[in-house]
Write a protein that binds this ligand. Structure first.
Ligand SMILES: [Zn+2]
Length: 191
């Protein structure tokens, strides 16, 4: 009898875990936890969305670029803690790996990366807590960047360029059922 009970409990645990796993997978694909990474009322053109051959492929598959002139305000897409800042590179330094960046860790230990910021363009301190909409930096053109823009992505790990990006979505803009499209402007709505 004890064995049977143990078996039933094990089955229950297994089914609970399996259920959680599928929910997590689904929530990744419709993850609308994020605000556009710029202030309400502003609109910028997507210059590259998910899964494009130019540079959003491989580990960078789930990334979005917004064209914006150097010095444009960048805001937090989701709350978290600032865990990494690089801001020493110049905007005319095109070397891959020389990207200025702010990285914010969320409560589920995913990481948002705000990339190509201008020199001294981090407007936060290490370990600072931010909430969505907080100003965190100024955009730029540092590192591997064809023209001034903000690259935004989300990863599950924090290590470097080899971190795999994961799907995410922005909730405060117009519907975009086929994803973020190159050449389309996305206005940040009030939230
Ligand atoms: Zn990009």
């Amino acid at each position: 009898m004890k064995t049977k009970m143990a078996f039933i409990v094990l089955c229950f645990l297994f089914l609970s875990c399996a259920g959680d796993m599928s929910n997590n997978e689904n929530s990744l694909l419709t993850d609308k936890k994020y605000l556009l990474p710029y202030p309400v009322g502003k609109a910028y053109t997507c210059t590259q969305g998910f899964n494009t051959s130019y540079s959003h492929s491989g580990t960078f598959k789930y990334s979005v670029d917004f064209g914006m002139s150097i010095g444009t305000l960048v805001t937090a897409a989701r709350s978290g803690r600032v865990i990494h800042i690089i801001e020493s590179y110049s905007d005319d330094d095109p070397v891959g790996g020389h990207e200025n960046v702010v990285i914010i860790m969320h409560d589920d230990t995913t990481y948002a990366r705000y990339v190509h910021l201008t020199r001294n363009g981090a407007l936060v301190q290490l370990n600072q807590m931010v909430v969505p909409g907080d100003t965190i930096g100024l955009s730029g053109n540092s590192g591997s960047s064809g023209s001034p823009h903000l690259h935004f992505d989300v990863t599950k790990t924090f290590g470097g360029r080899s971190d795999q990006t994961i799907p995410f979505d922005f909730k405060n803009t117009k519907p975009h059922p086929v994803g973020f499209e190159t050449g389309v402007k996305y206005e940040a709505f009030p939230y």
